[in-house]
Ligand binder design. Structure first.
Ligand SMILES: CCCCCCCCCCCCC/C=C/[C@@H](O)[C@H](CO)NC(=O)CCCCCCCCCCCCCCC
Ligand SMILES: Nc1ncnc2c1ncn2[C@@H]1O[C@H](COP(=O)(O)OP(=O)(O)OP(=O)(O)O)[C@@H](O)[C@H]1O
Ligand SMILES: [Ca+2]
Length: 510
């Protein structure tokens, strides 16, 4: 839509218009304010201007790109020679916006007041609600009162038909609540038994929006390119869609949880366990727990079996990155994993960390992520095995997450692109070579684990870590994981190529 405003040419893509309004509407608001006695004396001046300009101008609010993948809502005012022309412009733009069926008009919003730096309520009220109002989006807002409030509300109560999407204001844990609520509800409605790992799950139709207000916010960062509430709100308003893989985690025939970002055993499991005791510290808890667990340097023994992803989905060490509209992130890259059962491979060993990343897990701590070439929606996860090594070598691996160097280019690290994997821990107290699979004795497992943790003098390190599943501790260590291709949809478009921003970025104020 190239039009002239004050002699300057502005080209605004209709799909990126947030709202359009006649200036007269603004003046009427002022008039109402005056009548209700809230205005303080500037009225005379406004009145004079109004008489001259009434109905002759309209303002378009639109998406403007700033640096580092940030979006801002910018405004441009156009003046028209005749009132009728002004009306036609406004009505035509409104009609075009209304015709974009992907835009939400009603949203269900959950705010976690205790996530991250505990700013979620303020962030929503000050930065997001005004934008939704400007775009004419109706909202039903629920401030959560306890953990799993949002999940249970979605499972049992929410009238989902009334909404075009659900939004969480919080971190990865809140996002996980929404995923669990929506996936559960969708499977229940479709008669799917979620306890069977082999079941094909039904994709969720409602999109999820994330307004970042947590501690890691890696799902927002890896799907938008930045953790910024205004940018995320604008992606919701323009009705973006980004499909995403979801991994289901089972223990035998019992469903445990879904994972969208990281499933981590060893280092990241221990970091999470330790950091949960330090929740009062906010996001810094992870750094302190990370340092502590780096110094502790525990390794864990076990067996990993996995089903390689096969051809057509690239490799974890490709130089390419998952970017907006990337061709690999299409449903046609799905492979029937059931036909590939013969391809299972097994690795036994002692590991500092076993990480499965269904997407890059990029976040401010590591802008390229745990697995930089992982894709959001290709039906695979990257399985990263960090074998027992010296502290110095592990530090080299960790440091590479925050530099340009390849964190996988180390002799003790291997990475495989997989569709499924299983893990079984090995008992620390078995002095024979037999693999005692501890999931048979879950109660004893926990007691032994605790003894080892509490009394390292027994000569062996703790036998078991825990799985960090998107920031939640799993109750079992023996797990069976399967990636479900594009099970959910987000209000996002993937990370746009940097060129989009570098060329266009104006001096946006923060
Ligand atoms: C020295 C710099 C090393 C930098 C290494 C940074 C690697 C960071 C990789 C982050 C990956 C995040 C994956 C996402 C997981 C989320 O589903 C989950 C829920 O939000 N977040 C975490 O579990 C939160 C996980 C947070 C983990 C933080 C680990 C910090 C390690 C610090 C090691 C310090 C060693 C210093 C030695 C002098
Ligand atoms: N009202 C509440 N009271 C207590 N806990 C809550 C409440 N609402 C949600 N939660 C829980 O708080 C946990 C953490 O929330 P959230 O993910 O928003 O922040 P975070 O853990 O700081 O960030 P991140 O997950 O990005 O690291 C979630 O597991 C969620 O289930
Ligand atoms: Ca993936």
């Amino acid at each position: 839509m190239p039009v002239f405003a004050s002699g300057v040419c502005h080209s605004v893509c209709v799909s990126e218009i947030v709202a359009v309004r006649e200036e007269e509407e603004e003046e009427t608001k002022k008039e109402e304010e005056e009548k209700s006695g809230r205005d303080n004396g500037s009225w005379k001046k406004i009145r004079e201007r109004q008489d001259k300009d009434r109905g002759l101008s309209f303002t378009v609010s639109y998406v403007e790109r700033c640096r580092q993948h940030r979006w801002r809502c910018a405004h441009v005012t156009f003046t028209c020679p005749q009132v009728a022309l002004c009306h036609r412009w406004v009505n035509t733009i409104r009609e075009q916006l209304a015709a974009i069926s992907s835009r939400p008009t009603q949203l269900l919003v959950y705010i976690n007041p205790y996530g991250g730096k505990r700013q979620a309520k303020r962030v929503y009220k000050q930065k997001v609600a005004p934008l939704f109002a400007l775009a004419g989006i109706g909202t039903h807002v629920i401030v959560t009162e306890y953990a799993n409030h949002a999940r249970d509300h979605l499972r049992e109560e929410a009238e989902l038909k009334k909404y075009d999407g659900v939004v969480c204001v919080g971190g990865d844990g809140m996002f996980s609540e929404l995923v669990h609520g929506l996936v559960w509800r969708t499977q229940k409605d479709g008669g799917v038994d979620v306890n069977r790992p082999e079941q094909t799950l039904i994709a969720c139709s409602l999109r999820i929006g994330i307004i970042p207000a947590g501690s890691t916010d890696c799902i927002c960062f890896a799907t938008v390119g930045t953790n910024d509430p205004v940018t995320s709100a604008l992606h919701i308003i323009v009705g973006d869609s980004q499909p995403m893989d979801v991994s289901s985690v089972h223990h035998d025939d019992t469903f445990l949880r879904y994972s969208v970002s990281l499933l981590g055993y060893g280092f990241y499991g221990d970091v999470l366990t330790d950091s949960e005791r330090k929740r009062w510290m906010g996001p810094a808890r992870y750094d302190l727990a990370g340092l502590k667990m780096f110094l502790t340097h525990h390794h864990y023994e076990g067996t990993v079996t996995y089903l390689p992803a096969g051809a057509g989905v690239g490799e974890p060490r490709d130089a390419s990155r998952c970017r907006s509209g990337a061709s690999v992130d299409q449903a046609d890259s799905k492979e029937d994993s059931e036909n590939a059962d013969a391809g299972w491979r097994t690795i036994r060993g002692k590991f500092l960390a076993i990480n499965a990343a269904s997407m890059s897990c990029a976040c401010p701590r590591s802008p390229k992520g745990l697995s930089p070439a992982a894709h959001l929606a290709d039906g695979t996860a990257d399985l990263i095995l960090v074998r027992k090594c010296s502290r110095v070598n592990f530090l080299r691996h960790l440091l590479r997450h925050a530099s340009k160097d390849d964190q996988f280019d180390l002799s003790f690290v291997e990475v495989h692109r997989v569709r499924r994997f299983r893990f079984t821990p090995r008992h620390c107290h078995s002095d024979s070579d037999s693999d005692l699979e501890l999931d048979l004795l879950d109660g004893k497992r926990q007691i032994f684990g605790q003894i080892c943790r509490d009394h390292p003098a027994c000569g062996c390190a703790p036998a078991f870590s825990s799985w960090n599943c998107d920031g939640e501790i799993l109750p079992h260590t023996a797990i069976d994981v399967r990636v479900h291709c594009q099970l959910i949809q987000l209000f996002a478009r993937g990370i746009e190529e940097a060129a989009m921003f570098d060329e266009l970025a104006p001096a946006c104020s923060a």
